[in-house]
Design a binder for this molecule. Structure first.
Ligand code: FMN
Length: 359
């Protein structure tokens, strides 16, 4: 019921609130003898951390990770790995005015109605600060995948109506990290940056789409019925705050195709079976087909905006709200590493499940 854990054999449990003492994660089921250091996890956390540049929230967190358990002399022990990141720059006074009203687009109303109590400081557990634990765990999941030569790249595909034409088969990490929005098409990235800056100056916010490609995934990951790889990837991605949609392969666009042009013809070349096209996005019957897996995740415009909005107090009175505090005008640049992490966690879990069953 509590829903703070994800995965079966590679299982993560995140903990902590936005303005509490710290945030973190416990990872259970990680294989032993993997080379692991804080520096390796930090690389991914630095891509997620706030205050990176003018397109992200000004909250200044070093997000320095500490390994508390599960690692000895630079190697995983096979025991639970506990990771911790202290909260350093929480300014709870920014949220005092919101303790007795519901911020539109936020979890304030639903938490209060459900639990009758909520940590109103920085959004508490609903805050994207919770994703620190996911990204830290994702760095470890990627180590497991690397052993099998499975790689994951996520990037910003669109911001508002500005969309980049990206070839998922050839996109590189270098091109993605060359700009602040993490869009691999540099000219489009500049347009996106300009749009976010303009929207921010107006006190407003904007959303977009993150695309993710998984290369080198073998045939066979995913279970046939409830734990389809597609279903678990959807759950993993839709559990990220601010997500509103999920697609695999042609996704919703496949509804406009005929079977004759949507089916991916099989072909055998020197004993290796592939498909000529990849409308399915690398998953058939919930099981990876060996083709690239391609996902898209829709992120809404950031809920906190600097404009006056109508709302209601906790006592049920109509009122107006004007946000203060530090916020991402667009969550996309920081959501990219979170998507990569959740995809890595899902795949490493299914890889271990595959190995446990298919000898
Ligand atoms: C990386 C990332 C950063 C975010 N930063 C902010 C932010 O600065 N301000 C904000 O209002 N929401 C931000 N969000 C989204 C909120 O956490 C989220 O919209 C809110 O908790 C309500 O949940 P829901 O949108 O999933 O329904 C961020 C989300 C992500 C993934």
């Amino acid at each position: 019921m509590p829903g703070n854990s994800f995965g079966e054999l590679f299982r993560i449990t995140t903990w902590g609130e936005s303005h509490g003492g710290a945030v973190g994660v416990v990872i259970d089921g990680c294989p032993p003898r993997l080379k692991l250091s804080e520096a390796l996890i930090q690389r991914d956390l630095d891509r997620r951390k706030p205050g990176q540049n003018e397109l992200t929230t000004e909250r200044a967190e070093s997000d320095a990770v500490q390994i508390l358990s599960g690692v000895f002399q630079g190697k995983t022990l096979g025991t639970p790995i506990s990771l911790l990141v202290w909260n350093e720059d929480a300014r709870s006074e920014d949220y005092l005015g919101f303790s007795r009203m519901f911020r539109p687009g936020h979890a304030d109303y639903t938490y209060e109605q459900k639990y009758g109590v909520r940590n109103w400081q920085g959004g508490g557990r609903a805050s994207a600060r919770e994703t620190v634990g996911r990204v830290a765990a994702g760095a470890i999941a990627k180590l497991i995948l690397q052993k099998e030569k499975i790689s994951i790249l996520a990037y910003t595909k669109s911001v508002g109506r500005i969309e980049a034409a990206v070839n998922p088969a050839t996109v590189t990490r270098e091109a993605i990290d060359k700009n602040l929005v993490r869009c691999p098409v540099q000219a489009k990235a500049r347009e996106m940056e300009k749009l976010i800056t303009t929207i921010k100056a107006k006190g407003d916010s904007i959303g977009g789409i993150v695309e993710c490609v998984i290369r080198g995934c073998p045939v066979g990951l995913g279970e046939p019925v409830f734990d389809k790889l597609s279903a678990d990837l959807a759950k993993a991605c839709l559990s990220i705050p601010a997500t509103k949609g999920f697609e695999i392969g042609d996704g919703f666009a496949s509804t406009r195709l005929y079977g004759s042009n949507h089916n991916d013809p099989f072909q055998a070349t020197r004993g290796k079976i592939t498909t000529k096209t990849n409308h399915a996005g690398g998953i058939l019957g919930g099981i990876s087909s060996g083709q690239d897996i391609i996902l898209r995740i829709a992120f809404k415009p950031t809920s906190t905006i600097g404009l006056r909005q109508q709302t209601v107090t906790t006592a049920g009175k109509n009122t107006m709200i004007e946000a203060r505090g530090r916020h991402d005008p667009c969550v996309l640049p920081r959501a990219v590493p979170v998507v990569e992490a959740m995809v890595a966690i899902t795949l490493s879990d299914h890889l271990l499940r595959y190995k446990a069953q298919c000898l």
